[in-house]
Design a protein around this ligand. Structure first.
Ligand SMILES: Cc1cc2nc3c(=O)[nH]c(=O)nc-3n(C[C@H](O)[C@H](O)[C@H](O)COP(=O)(O)OP(=O)(O)OC[C@H]3O[C@@H](n4cnc5c(N)ncnc54)[C@H](O)[C@@H]3O)c2cc1C
Length: 398
């Protein structure tokens, strides 16, 4: 009866190795994931602590490297995009966020928000003009929906686009915009006389400026900006012709938050792997931290949540690849995986003791980043409301 529990030492397994989730991933998707993982390990991780401390990131160089890697707009087709599966895109997000949520944010905003908006709703001319350059990382995009007074409720937006002859004139302020100050093109959502419309705004248009937001304690290796539009005059050809109302930007957010379902787990995995390695080395009283029952209970519980989150992410990826993923299902993944990831990051921090508060280890950096991830792309509370509405039929947003 006792043969299932052996007290002899065993070879340690990684948390996801324990779950065997690789067996659920096709060979091609795994190969893409491994390429992104190598890039993050070799090219980015060694520099992240310094970027984070300085609160500045070489976004232009990074975008070109990410373009060469093929991850910018990787799940889109044509116009220089790789056309990978949704699963491969999710796995790439996971590897990027195992580096830093800021790195994944750069890629999410570029590919799933700015490029997706143009790819899905743009004119052929807009696609030709921007998508190949954005896929290559030669041009950077941002996505301006949130305003100082309207985050969770973008329908209240005050940014206005009014007709002037055949032109449009944009006035307003957007807030918390990733990539804003380094962007060549901004997809800006504005209220018009009849509905919300999207505009493709070259950032050198007179009247457009994008001051960077400083003093952040989270996502410090990511550019976050205000977008100020003061009489920005645009031709009719700047309108996204196929976006009708708020469903346009919301569909883009749905794309980006799908990436977060995987991305957040990347941050959690990096925390957990770092902590396991640390705990095996760190001698406390007279044995390694990893050999205490309290430590193992924490590691077991965190691994369970990581593995369950991964199973959920892969399930949603399968639905997305089959073309049947619904927005409220993405909410399930975003709510659960970000919530569990931040809990894992904080618990890991406790196990590193004082060392956990430094940038020598990635754990507190991830924990702080995940505060932003919890808030953007729909806060946890908003996703609870989305799920609540799906379960009851009643919208409780107001
Ligand atoms: C680092 C960073 C990068 C970002 N990048 C971008 C970007 O590139 N583009 C972009 O457009 N936006 C971006 N955002 C903005 C982000 O999407 C918003 O911050 C988010 O939508 C929340 O809006 P808010 O900050 O105004 O919070 P609020 O909407 O003011 O929410 C405050 C609190 O109220 C809660 N709340 C809201 N509604 C309800 C309700 N009905 N019932 C109960 N509680 C509720 C929220 O959950 C939250 O806890 C970014 C944000 C951050 C932090």
């Amino acid at each position: 009866m006792d043969e299932e529990i052996s007290v002899a030492p065993v070879t340690p397994q990684s948390p996801l190795g324990l779950f065997g989730t690789d067996s659920l991933i096709g060979e091609e998707d795994r190969a893409i994931r491994d390429t992104v993982r190598r890039f993050v390990e070799d090219k980015v991780k060694p520099k992240l602590g310094d970027w984070y401390e300085a609160g500045s990131v070489p976004a232009r160089d990074l975008a070109k490297e990410l373009g060469s890697l093929g991850v910018l707009g990787m799940h889109l087709t044509g116009y220089g995009c790789a056309g990978t599966s949704a699963t491969a895109y999710g796995l790439a997000c996971m590897e990027l966020e195992a580096g830093d949520s800021g790195l994944r944010s750069l890629v999410s905003v570029q590919g799933s928000l700015a490029m997706f908006a143009i790819w899905r709703y743009g004119s052929e001319e807009q696609k030709q003009r921007w998508l190949p350059a954005m896929a290559a990382g030669e041009a950077i995009g941002c996505f301006g929906l949130t305003e100082p007074d309207f985050g969770s409720n973008p329908a209240g937006m005050r940014t206005r686009a009014r007709r002037d002859g055949s032109d449009w004139v944009l006035d307003g302020t957007k807030m918390w915009i990733t990539n804003g100050s380094v962007a060549d093109v901004a997809v800006v959502w504005a209220q018009t006389d009849d509905r919300v419309r999207g505009f493709v705004v070259p950032t050198d248009t007179p009247g457009f400026s994008a001051p960077e937001i400083k003093k952040k304690m989270s996502l410090r290796a990511s550019v976050t900006s205000e977008l100020v539009m003061d009489g920005v005059r645009l031709p009719e050809s700047a309108v996204l012709p196929d976006a009708a109302g708020l469903s346009g930007p919301l569909s883009c957010l749905n794309e980006a938050r799908y990436g977060i379902v995987f991305g957040a787990l990347g941050a959690a995995r990096d925390c957990l792997e770092t902590t396991i390695a640390y705990a095996r080395e760190r001698e406390i009283f007279d044995k390694p931290l990893a050999a205490y029952q309290l430590s193992q209970a924490k590691l077991a519980d965190m691994s369970l949540e990581l593995g369950k989150g991964m199973l959920l992410a892969l399930h949603l990826a399968g639905l997305k690849d089959a073309g049947s993923l619904r927005p409220e299902q993405v909410s399930l993944g975003k709510l659960n995986n970000v919530r569990e990831a931040i809990a894992i990051a904080r618990e890991c921090r406790t196990m590193l003791g004082a060392a956990g508060i430094t940038l020598e280890y990635p754990v507190m950096r991830h924990a702080n980043n995940l505060e932003s991830v919890l808030t953007y792309e729909g806060t946890s509370e908003v996703h609870q409301l989305v799920i609540g509405q799906a379960l009851t039929g009643d919208a409780a947003f107001r």
